[in-house]
Unconditional design. Sequence first.
Length: 274
Amino acid sequence: MSAPATSLSASRLAELDSFILELNRAAADVILPLFRGAHGVVNKHAAGFDPVTEADKGAERAIRSLIAARYPDHGVIGEEYGEDRPNAEFVWVLDPVDGTRAFIAGLPLWCTLIGLRHAGAPALGSIGQSYLGEIYLGHAGGSRLVSPAGERPLKVRACPRLTDALIATTDPEACFTGSELGAWRQVRAASRLARLGCDAYAYAMVAAGTMDLVVEAGLKSWDIEAAIPVIAGAGGITTDWRGQPVGRDGGQIAIAGDRACLDQALISLRRAAA
């Protein structure tokens, strides 16, 4: 699913941009009192460990409530409470706490992901890290960071060689299959430096120009759709492991600031592409 130039008017984009900031503030009001506190973690699945907290559930409820009040004709797809009118003209795609494992560990690498589809394509998105007071948001016309220090534009950095790249993934041993793990190891061996466990905060760092490549697999739509417009607006690229636009179901994802770096990584990633 690519992020083409949006057909929305400048005034409509400004209206929705303001609303997405409001949604981030509402989510933060729920999440922050529970961070490094009594967050009520439970395991969603008997097989393995898939945590969910009161922060995940409460933040999504708060976001959905505001959307329903302001835009009752809009659809919503959320990790915690499923789909409501997923084929509407406007559909919000939500992950209230991406990186719940980081959240319960007290690490400020979790993010609130809020994306908006228009006519089936990602049009607007935000990556919020409310403990740090940061909201990375954007669309095809540009991306910016909103923080207590003010606002500044986001721009990816040039990194034409994978051998110079700072790369990231969440947890290669847990998230990649055998062939995927082999592909990741090849990309890792070719790069300069790799960081693990950053979840969606690594996407924001590509947009901010401090990291060069993020490789993930097994993602759902709510894990990635919010990031696509932010990365595009900062001048970066989001593809699957074949180098094609990301599908609605997520899957294997590569995010890069420089097309040349991405193309080099794809040499290995394509061998394990689904």
